[in-house]
Write a protein that binds this ligand. Structure first.
Ligand SMILES: [Zn+2]
Length: 428
């Protein structure tokens, strides 16, 4: 028993999966960074128009924007938004050939005979639960683009369903299909005026049905420049200041046990992304991550203090620091509107999913959209093995996403009429 038309979801997924929409951080000055993403956004505009909706492309943000107009006359039913991203991760996306495995038997699949690339449930046990479903994989040499085309197509399924079923009551729903999420630019360029008066929104990025993410890292980036003094080594006595030695001193004072490979769950870290030096100068690029706001700002302060201390030690302001916030924990914003999380979890239960809120050790478009005034937790798209040659999705999982979104829209009407679930989110 499917909720929407499975053949339609399959056909749309295969169509969009074949398009090369890989984003490119080296072309950050362009919107979107690659032409394939714009092509897909424009196609989505046309597709939504074919559903009978108004839709447009925003050239400043690269988003395809649309709205499913509400069919209830109750101002308490506030508008909300749903966002999926069209770009794919940093992995080959040239000549993607989706493979459809109908009535998947739960056994291993040879994706590429020549290179012996095998998708094996022994290695990826989550596959076993998909037995009997219509599984779609790549052909082993590229990614499939499940992240986030599964989200795009699940959302399309929900939109089409709502348009075709006017008896399902819902308020205004804004739709955004955005570019460049994988390189952290999509959400930063999102224009909140495209979702006017939206009280909240959801992203559909990765995760299994039932998962929900409203806690993410707070993130900042520290660039440390170190100035040495280069003189001829033969005349260097008492004059040369070796920037490499100063850099080594700095690096040795970072907490050795607070790095990504030694932390988990809600623990924060420092990570040296790059360090390069010669006698004349040195540069360290460092990222700072923490879920907890106080611990996060304490980490930032630690770096500031360390730079100040080393300047005292070596004099002449040898160290300079540029510290920039990259994104902030979605929970900072969502805690003021717990309804946005409760609504989704109540809808999950009604479609038979077990709500599984999970902290996410990263960031999403929702971090940036939340910061722009629209609290935006992340739901799921239902795929697996994101960002590589082993990506997969089933048509049934996209159907479940469509059903869940329709249920959220309707549940929002019911709770607006009968009282919202305002239960506070659990404390840290
Ligand atoms: Zn994604």
């Amino acid at each position: 028993m499917s909720f929407t038309d499975l053949d339609y979801l399959e056909q749309e997924f295969i169509h969009f999966a074949k398009e090369n929409t890989r984003s490119d951080a080296n072309q950050a000055e362009q919107v979107p960074t690659t032409p394939g993403q714009k092509k897909m956004a424009l196609e989505l505009v046309d597709l939504l128009k074919s559903y009978g909706l108004r839709a447009h492309y925003n050239p400043a943000s690269g988003f395809c924007i649309s709205k499913v107009p509400g069919n209830v006359d109750n101002p308490k039913v506030t508008p909300f938004g749903i966002v999926a991203h069209v770009d794919t991760a940093d992995f080959s996306a040239v000549n993607i050939q989706p493979q459809v495995h109908r009535n998947y038997d739960g056994q291993k699949i040879v994706l590429n005979e020549q290179e012996q690339i095998v998708l094996d449930p022994a290695e990826f046990p989550a596959l076993k639960q998909l037995q009997g479903q219509t599984l779609i994989t790549g052909s082993g040499t590229t990614l499939l683009g499940v992240d986030d085309k599964a989200g795009v197509v699940g959302l399309l399924g929900a939109i089409k369903y709502l348009v075709e079923h006017p008896e399902v009551k819902h308020g205004d729903i804004y739709i955004g299909f955005g570019p460049d999420e994988e390189i952290g630019l999509g959400g930063t360029r999102f224009d909140p005026n495209d979702f006017p008066d939206a009280e909240f929104a959801y992203t559909l990025d990765n995760g299994q049905p039932g998962e929900l993410q409203y806690e993410t890292f707070n993130a900042s980036e520290a660039k440390i420049h170190i100035r040495g003094t280069l003189v001829h080594p033969g005349n260097a006595y008492g004059l040369m200041v070796d920037a490499t030695k100063l850099m080594t001193d700095f690096l040795s004072q970072l907490p050795a046990d607070q790095s990504p490979e030694q932390t988990k769950d809600k623990e924060g870290f420092y990570m040296v992304v790059s360090a390069s030096s010669n006698v004349d100068h040195a540069d360290v690029d460092l990222i700072i991550r923490d879920f907890d706001w106080d611990k996060f700002t304490a980490r930032e302060q630690f770096i500031k203090d360390l730079v100040a201390k080393l300047n005292q030690k070596y004099g002449e302001d040898r160290f300079s620091l540029q510290l920039d916030r990259t994104y902030l924990n979605i929970a900072n914003f969502v805690r003021k509107l717990p309804y946005v999380v409760n609504l989704a979890m109540d809808a999950y239960k009604k479609v038979g999913l077990t709500p599984q809120p999970k902290p996410f050790r990263g960031g999403t478009d929702g971090n940036f959209i939340s910061e722009k005034g629209i609290p935006t937790p992340n739901l799921f798209n239902g795929g697996g093995n994101y960002h590589g040659r082993y990506e997969y999705i089933t048509v049934e999982q996209m159907d479940k996403l469509a059903e869940t979104l329709v249920r959220i829209a309707h549940e929002h009407v019911l709770q607006s009429e009968n009282g919202r679930n305002e239960t506070p989110l659990p404390a840290d």
